[in-house]
Design a protein around this ligand. Sequence first.
Ligand SMILES: C[S@@+](CC[C@H](N)C(=O)[O-])C[C@H]1O[C@@H](n2cnc3c(N)ncnc32)[C@H](O)[C@@H]1O
Length: 112
Amino acid sequence: MRSGGRVNRSPVKYPGSKRLILDKVLRRLGSGKHLVDVFAGSCVVGLNADFDTVHFNDLNQDLIAFYKLLKNDSDTFITELESFFISDNNHADTYYKSVSYTHLTLPTSDLV
Ligand SMILES: C[S@@+](CC[C@H](N)C(=O)[O-])C[C@H]1O[C@@H](n2cnc3c(N)ncnc32)[C@H](O)[C@@H]1O
């Protein structure tokens, strides 16, 4: 839920995100008890809607696993990410060609 007029930003940049038309979408949605954020994508709608509870739904299981990891074990996620923030990786060539994400393992066993 939005607080103090500030937008809760999504942790991911997402193609088709409703971020740019968020005010319009939120006005249409109004407020209530329970929102199902279908096609959640970046989750920016549900993260800013004025509802008591929000159920995020998306077909993309990797995306849902990512959000679950953030919610349930953000320390592990941050620790994994820290390994990328070294001076050797701070060059465009390395960034675009050599950074490998293959050693990251997202939990998939508890997907809905
Ligand atoms: C344009 S994006 C959603 C944008 C989102 N409202 C936002 O603001 O970030 C569309 C999303 O719908 C999801 N999607 C496509 N077909 C779906 C389906 N049948 N059921 C649930 N999610 C679906 C895709 O995985 C994708 O994340």
